[in-house]
Design a protein around this ligand. Structure first.
Ligand code: GLA
Length: 534
């Protein structure tokens, strides 16, 4: 296939329009003053405005295991249910939805419409299903005239209306492919798509998918949150270990370009897919965590082995990926068979590292503290993130034994405890309220966000400028915080009202901003209460 060859403002609007969303501050103009030291080419980080993807996105996408053909509403709903029942949701996986699964077509009036044969609830209905389960909704499209298989229309010359449609379907994440784009300027195209997303008024994680074409790491932080750095990691259905390792080595070289809100994406994961062993799955997962890669699972979640679940839900490994400093680790030593991957300081002052054995025989390798940026004399504790054992204190370094294809994934600290950064899990991302009578009513709906990490979080700060019919309070309850949404129908006309609530928080140990939290509030006013006072 060609693609493989190519190496608050208020959002209160009757009848569901999407002209804005409640946010805690106005979007600031893109400014050169936010240029970060590790970003030689990017002039501004898009995510600093919308607060999205401050740690690498986690979720599931269908392409690796299924390809196009079996994708339909039933399958995606089964996967949504499996995300919840398997424990992946509780480990932080949130974004889920169809990839190129013949989801929509273009009508004669230019608007996209759901392929109702495959998605009978409509693409909006499928999004609501995910949101109600505390998951985020991901959709797929293409920057050219058609998607890669040519089965669906691309966004070329329809950028603004298509992004409005995705906002109506309440997508939280849009992967935009680069097939059938002959003659298009890549920077201009993805910039237009960013502008179109912004104009559509719904905050969305923008995932660029040009497989490294156009060197997106040089410029895409300004218009998106992540960009593919490599070709497809496998043909649908079968993992390819050698190919995945080539992707890892290509992506590793781009470490300087990644950071909070702007990530290198070496493609969806192959962990747990046919074609690789459990050891390889664990090593693969460790490499993706060490590289702060998006953790988008690509296996069939409905039929996972226990070992795969254990791998994908290992919070100690996920903590490396989701570290608030957002630094991508890289190779610091290799002899071509054994490699040490490090350069990954973590939020609590500890360091993550891994030793990877690509040889045929078990090997021992010493990791010296200076290779991790630690003083040789320092007495350090070593946490093995797969055996969950701590050793030490040790000075100078540590020697690890590694089986073929395996890794030793470690965290090294002068302290004995190894705290987990915030890993947020929602019980729902959608509050739906319905008034019934013609007298003013007050209704409440709550959503709860739970932190699976170890630090106690400050209260989430809700954005200003909520619509007049909505107020939100936040209360703590152990590791959870509950957002109580109170709606008041006084003075409202019959109709549908919608707002997107934004909340922000700061990780208390590092002082780094956390990913902004967004959720939808729907209010259906069944009878006119516009004559009534509050
Ligand atoms: C490209 C992308 C894949 C997948 C397919 C769909 O190859 O890189 O991840 O989305 O298109 O056709």
């Amino acid at each position: 296939m060609k693609k493989i060859l190519l190496i608050t403002a208020v959002a209160m609007c009757a009848l569901l329009s999407y002209n804005g969303f409640a946010r805690s501050r106005e979007l600031s103009p893109r400014s050169r003053s936010v240029l970060s030291a590790g970003q030689p080419f990017a002039s501004a980080i898009h995510a600093l405005d919308d607060g999205l993807a401050m740690t690498p996105p986690m979720g599931w996408y269908p392409w690796n295991i299924f390809g196009e053909e079996p994708q339909n509403e039933k399958l995606i709903k089964e996967i949504v249910d499996a995300l919840v029942s398997s424990g992946l949701k509780d480990a932080g996986y949130a974004f889920v939805g169809p990839d190129e699964g013949i989801c929509f077509y273009r009508q004669a009036d230019g608007r996209l419409a759901t392929n109702l044969e495959r998605y009978p609830s409509g693409l909006g209905g499928l999004g609501d299903y995910s949101h109600k389960k505390g998951l985020k909704y991901a959709l797929y499209t293409d920057a050219g005239t058609r998607t890669c298989s040519t089965a669906m229309p691309g966004t070329k010359d329809h950028e603004f209306e298509d992004m409005r449609r995705f906002a109506e379907w309440r997508a939280d994440y849009i992967k935009i492919d680069w097939c059938n784009t002959e003659g298009q300027d890549i920077v201009k195209t993805y910039t237009t798509l960013h502008d179109a997303q912004h104009a559509a008024g719904r905050p969305v994680v923008h995932s660029l998918c040009s497989w490294g074409e156009g060197y997106p790491w040089r410029w895409a932080a300004e218009v998106g949150h992540l960009w593919r750095t490599t070709a497809d990691i496998c043909a649908p259905g079968q993992a390819d270990w050698a190919r995945a390792m080539r992707m890892a080595y290509a992506n590793e070289k781009l470490a300087a370009f990644a950071g909070p809100g702007h990530w290198n994406d070496p493609d969806m994961m192959i962990a747990g897919m046919p074609g690789i062993s459990e050891t390889q799955s664990r090593s693969f997962f460790s490499l993706w965590c060490l590289m702060a890669a998006p953790l988008i699972a690509g296996n069939d979640l409905r039929s996972m082995s226990e070992a795969t679940v254990e791998t994908l839900t290992n919070l100690e490994a996920i903590a490396i990926d989701q570290d608030p400093l957002g630094i991508q680790g890289k190779i610091v030593w290799t002899d071509g068979t054994i490699s040490i991957w490090a350069g990954k300081p973590l939020f609590d002052g500890s360091q993550a590292a891994l030793v990877f054995n690509q040889g045929r025989h078990p090997a021992e390798k010493r990791v010296a503290w200076p290779e991790l940026g630690i003083d040789a004399e320092a007495a350090c504790y070593v946490r093995n993130l797969w055996t969950h054992e701590t050793s030490g204190p040790l000075t100078g370094g540590v020697t690890v034994g590694v089986a073929p294809d395996d890794v030793a994934l470690i965290r090294v600290s002068t302290k004995k405890d190894f705290p987990l950064p915030p890993i947020m899990v929602a019980d729902s991302y959608l509050v739906s309220l319905l008034t019934s009578g013609s007298a003013p009513e007050k209704l409440t709906g709550a959503i709860t966000m739970t932190n699976k990490g170890s630090a106690e979080l400050p209260l989430w700060r809700v954005g200003e400028g909520l619509p007049s019919w909505l107020s939100v309070t936040v209360a703590k309850n152990g590791n959870s915080q509950t957002f109580t949404n109170t709606v008041s129908s006084a003075g409202l006309k019959k109709g549908s009202y919608h707002a997107v609530v934004r909340a922000d928080n700061t990780e208390p140990v590092s002082g780094k901003p956390m990913s902004a939290l967004y959720y939808d509030v729907d209010l259906e006013v069944a009878r006119d209460v516009s004559g009534q006072s509050k």
